[in-house]
Design a protein around this ligand. Structure first.
Ligand SMILES: Cc1cc2nc3c(=O)[nH]c(=O)nc-3n(C[C@H](O)[C@H](O)[C@H](O)COP(=O)(O)OP(=O)(O)OC[C@H]3O[C@@H](n4cnc5c(N)ncnc54)[C@H](O)[C@@H]3O)c2cc1C
Length: 416
């Protein structure tokens, strides 16, 4: 088995790096996720990009590096998963997000009508359209199939009433990818449908839900450093039939398959292993003097151990991508990756604060914080990764059922 990149892939990486060196300047980066003064006077990110960033995306698109693995007829390049991974990895390291992780694009491609694919996929690729994910509710988190948000069919569409929680990005996304119950008499995993709805449709109210990173704000480069997620309310929200994704009442299957696909890619991988790179770089840059941590045997041992575990994340990511490339179906593989990688990320962030000592626990506003407090903010952020996008406990249950063929622990669930 050969895990090395081909000469063409290495050349692509060099090309991307050269492009980044010339085009991704601090001014361009500052033009992303622009901050505005909120009600309390603090500057808060809006998720919007300015003209410099938009111009950068245009140039990246010109090079054929947006949506590489997506079909040409929908604005992609018809290329392979690994090339897409390489390009996304390089841009992410430079602080520019060009990936479609969590975008809903795989679900639309798999289950959308031709019209939906033609409309959404090219716009998602060039970032004209962005989705927030409306799955979780106050009574339906890990047990998502308990969701109560109700979509009642009418002659020309649906009327939706209910509430979502933790709708990250709902305050700036153009659309919501909404899961709602269309048949309350069906078993709870059935009777659920997915809708693609513009956020400016009357009947949607978004309220902020501030996170642990709210104050003081997390520095650039923090994993899960978002200050805000949201509660989203739907009051007699009227949507046309064309907003439905896939068949009515078949949303559970579409959502589950798409979530697996959304977990594959450079963003998920880097989110879990960036901390390993950060600490190695920090040790290399601070290696002078007899007391330098880089010379400490226990620290070298720990860093080597973490690095080895990070390579397992890489192999799991590569396996997931190869499944997608072959058009195969995930059974337990995506779940296994979603357990190993976030738990590794949590372990690394904790180990780093132990290695660097008490100063690494100071947050961004402290003048004594190391690297503007990024290590401390990473500790607070890392725990979220074990809960969101499918918690590690639920993922373990999926591995037990689908990977090991153990019986389902849920009595109401049909055997799979
Ligand atoms: C920062 C952040 C961003 C998020 N963004 C979004 C978003 O954009 N869109 C969206 O829809 N949701 C989002 N979520 C919600 C996320 O998907 C839920 O938090 C998650 O599904 C868990 O639900 P819960 O918080 O209600 O916890 P609960 O469901 O109450 O679970 C609490 C804990 O108990 C465990 N648990 C629950 N049931 C079982 C069981 N049967 N067996 C074993 N363990 C169990 C869970 O694994 C978890 O660790 C976000 C969450 C966070 C923290």
């Amino acid at each position: 088995m050969d895990f090395a990149y081909t000469p063409e892939q290495e050349a692509l990486r060099r090309d991307v790096r050269a492009f980044i060196e010339h085009n991704v300047t601090p001014a361009v980066l500052a033009d992303d996720n622009i901050k505005v003064a909120a009600e309390d006077g603090e500057m808060r990110p809006t998720g919007r990009t300015g003209p410099l960033m938009k111009e950068l995306y245009r140039r990246i698109g010109e090079r054929g590096w947006l949506g590489i693995a997506y079909p040409k007829e929908y604005g992609g390049q018809g290329g392979d998963q690994l090339s897409q991974f390489i390009v996304e990895e390089e841009f992410m390291r430079a602080g520019v997000s060009i990936d479609l992780g969590g975008s809903g694009a795989p679900a639309i491609l798999a289950a959308g009508t031709e019209e939906q694919k033609q409309y959404f996929i090219p716009r998602l690729i060039n970032r004209e359209v962005s989705f927030c994910l409306g799955f979780s509710e106050p009574h339906a988190g890990a047990d998502l199939a308990n969701l109560r948000c109700r979509a009642v069919p009418t002659a020309d569409g649906y009327v939706i009433n209910g509430q979502k929680i933790y709708t990250t990005a709902a305050h700036w996304a153009t659309h919501i990818y909404l899961m709602a119950r269309t048949d309350p008499s069906a078993p709870k995993h059935d009777g659920i449908s997915i809708f693609l709805i513009p956020m400016d449709t009357p009947g949607i109210t978004v309220r902020p839900l501030w996170t642990i990173q709210n104050s003081p704000g997390a520095p650039h480069g923090t994993t899960y450093g978002e200050a805000r997620t949201n509660e989203t309310f739907f009051d007699d929200l009227r949507v046309p039939k064309t907003a439905l994704l896939g068949e009515e009442n078949k949303g559970w299957g579409i959502g589950a398959a798409a979530l697996n696909l959304d977990r594959v890619g450079a963003w998920r991988y880097l989110m879990s292993i960036r901390r390993d790179e950060d600490i190695v770089n920090w040790l290399k840059e601070n290696r002078h003097g007899p007391e330098a941590l880089a010379n400490n045997a226990a620290i070298r041992d720990k860093v080597a151990e973490l690095w080895t575990e990070a390579q397992v994340c890489r192999l799991m990511t590569m396996r997931s991508m190869s499944i997608v490339q072959r058009g195969g179906k995930f059974t337990y593989e995506g779940s296994a990756e979603k357990v190993w990688a976030p738990e590794h990320g949590v372990k690394t962030t904790e180990a780093i604060t132990q290695m660097l000592g008490p100063y690494a626990q100071l947050l961004s506003t402290s003048p004594h914080a190391i690297e503007e407090g990024v290590f401390a903010h990473n500790v607070m952020g890392a725990f979220q990764s074990g809960v969101n996008h499918g918690s590690v406990q639920i993922m373990r249950d999926q591995i037990a059922r689908r990977g090991l063929n153990l019986p389902s622990s849920r009595k109401s669930r049909k055997p799979q």
